[in-house]
Design a protein around this ligand. Sequence first.
Ligand code: HEM
Length: 244
Amino acid sequence: MIVPFLCFPSALSDLSEQIKAATKDNHVRAENTQLMLSYQKGEITLVQYKVLLCSLYEIYRALEDELDRNASHPAVAPIYFPQELARVESLERDLEHFFGSEWRKRVIVPAATLRYGHRLRQIGRENPELLVAHAYTRYLGDLSGGQVLGKITQKSLGLSSKEGLSFFHFPGVSSPNRFKQLYRSRMNSIELTEKEKAAVLEEAVQAFELNIQVFDDLQKMLSVATETADQHKDRSPAAVLPSS
Ligand code: HEM
């Protein structure tokens, strides 16, 4: 008797594979934003990096507040790795490095960053099972292309040491590839109904879109600053934006 082959490769139903496939196009769009293209060309400027750090700080503060608050939620606990992944303290060190001890007064973020933070806090309160979509988008991104971006930042800005680059360093992760495998298997262990899984995939697409909007807003902020500086030749963009 021929036994019908009904067993699909498990990967097809794994959240980690589904989320990667669902966000593939958005990843390409994110890579092709002006800000990320500047990165890939090795043309990132200090002002660009500083405004990016400000926005990342707001985003990770919201993400990590909500992950901490929901640490024992069954859809959060398996992917809760504060020792290995938390970025808020490293961002604080970088911000202090570039802006000095009064850095808190100098953090400026565009509307898109506020919207991103608002969304994170909302799902943390109302649908914590969606946090995995955001944690995946940021942390696995940081451990993938983000590692290359760290090296480009150091080179483009001519930074001699790791100062100001803490964001890219994960001292608790000895092998990003092995850690990503562990993270994916933890994601796959989360028990979700089909409806919840579909909502997580949709939220991951949104998470990428929120990142794209932040990059676009930052770029707009920088062009307004440059235009303003051109109109007031006696003032530098530093008068409008965080000084370089
Ligand atoms: C994975 C590059 C921007 C999120 C990756 C990988 C590369 C990469 C090479 C590994 C792919 C693999 O292992 O199959 C880049 C480059 C970027 C960029 C060059 C921009 C210059 C972003 C952004 C985000 C992001 C802006 C989101 C905010 C991710 C995620 C993964 C990833 C979540 C993990 C995919 C998975 O294995 O499921 N990226 N990336 N990336 N990237 Fe990016």
